[in-house]
Design a protein around this ligand. Structure first.
Ligand code: MRU
Length: 348
């Protein structure tokens, strides 16, 4: 990406801080934000200035590194206690995306395993850098595996933003599109706007259009009709958590999966191994509920009367029997997923 940072989120080694593309401002403004404290990072995550499962994994990792690098504590016991406190602040920001806790735990583990405070600081920053770099490699692998699933000429529907902005770069679902285009395939994307925060219209359309990839915006509720008209060849989405029985992703994903199955259209999920949570099932997962104003207001405009209750789930769960394939960096998983999930246990 052009501008001050090539990546959605990166470590600024000179200033010991995190830099990120502020996704609340897109597509109107491209601005790079800075987090110098864990509280600033937690706020950026809650506001969805940094969002998308793999990017949250990197944010969690860099957040622990930030707490370590900026700590003035010399006592190893107190230093580690502070680090674990920072980790808990970050962990509590968003409950559904499993990558957040995964990134946090990787860096905590690296810091805990180091000897002195100085060694722990170095280990934390190094590990966070590794989490970020690996994400790029992972997305490229997902892209390469996923591209093979797409026909030479096709139109794919996607929901929310599982692109470069949701990762370090390239993307998962949109990484598949990018890799297919790079391989010479003629791929068009139908992007669902993704109410209420419009990650589809604001972010997916923005990043595909600036890469010159054919993208058309629709309302979320137009998806089934376009499938009925025969316009969609495949659906491809990302994931925030994949339990042994369901894929959690942005609210609205489930209805696309049902519609796709009804119309005989393949429904694919693209996600890294770090998004798998095979020890849990759907019932164990906390689905984030967000503020009523995201639905009831649009800026200064009131969209719903005060008397109306609002239920604003950020994610839904799609049962695995509606998922035709899960594209990961280790290959394409096909149903029944039981055996692949067993192998996942050791890989996370
Ligand atoms: O609330 P968000 O914008 O963080 O939700 C993001 C999604 O639902 C994405 O589809 C998911 O994180 C996959 S990102 C590769």
């Amino acid at each position: 990406m052009k501008g001050e940072t090539t990546y959605t989120i990166a470590w600024d080694a000179e200033n010991n801080c995190i830099i990120y593309i502020d996704q609340t401002l897109l597509p109107g403004r491209y601005e790079v934000g800075r987090c110098r404290t864990v509280d600033e990072l937690a706020d950026a995550i809650r506001r969805l200035a940094i969002r998308g499962a793999p990017a949250l994994g990197i944010a969690g990792a860099m957040g622990v590194a930030l707490a370590a690098a900026r700590s003035g504590e010399r006592d190893p016991v107190r230093f580690r206690r502070d680090l674990h406190r920072a980790a808990e602040i970050l962990r509590s920001t968003r409950p559904t995306a499993v990558n957040l806790g995964w990134g946090i735990d990787r860096v905590l583990g690296a810091a805990d395993a180091a000897g002195s405070v100085e060694a722990a600081k170095e280990a934390a920053v190094r590990e966070a850098g590794a989490v970020a770099e690996e994400d790029e490699v992972t997305c490229r692998r997902i892209g390469a595996f996923g591209a093979e699933l797409l026909p030479e000429r096709c139109t794919v529907l996607t929901h929310c933003n599982a692109g470069a902005l949701a990762c370090r770069c390239w993307g998962t679902a949109l990484g598949v599109v990018r890799s297919a285009v790079e391989a010479g395939k003629d791929v068009r994307v139908i992007a669902c706007e993704t109410r209420p925060l419009n990650q589809g219209s604001r972010l997916t359309c923005w990043e595909l259009a600036r890469d010159g990839i054919d993208v058309t915006l629709i309302t979320d509720s137009a998806a089934a009709y376009l499938m009925r008209k025969g316009v969609i060849d495949a659906v491809i989405v990302g994931a925030d958590r994949i339990t042994r029985d369901a894929v959690f992703n942005k609210i609205g994903t489930y209805m696309h999966a049902i519609s796709a199955r009804h119309h005989g259209i393949p429904f694919y999920v693209a996600a890294p191994v770090s998004t798998f949570d095979p020890a849990r099932s759907e019932a164990d997962v906390v689905v984030e509920e967000r503020d009523r104003d995201e639905l009831a207001r649009c800026g200064d405009r009131v969209l719903a009367p005060d008397g109306a209750a609002v239920l604003n789930y950020a994610f839904d769960a799609t049962p695995l029997d509606l998922v035709d394939a899960i594209v990961t960096e280790v290959g394409v998983l096909r149903p029944p997923y039981t055996e692949s999930f067993r192998l996942m246990e050791g890989k996370r």
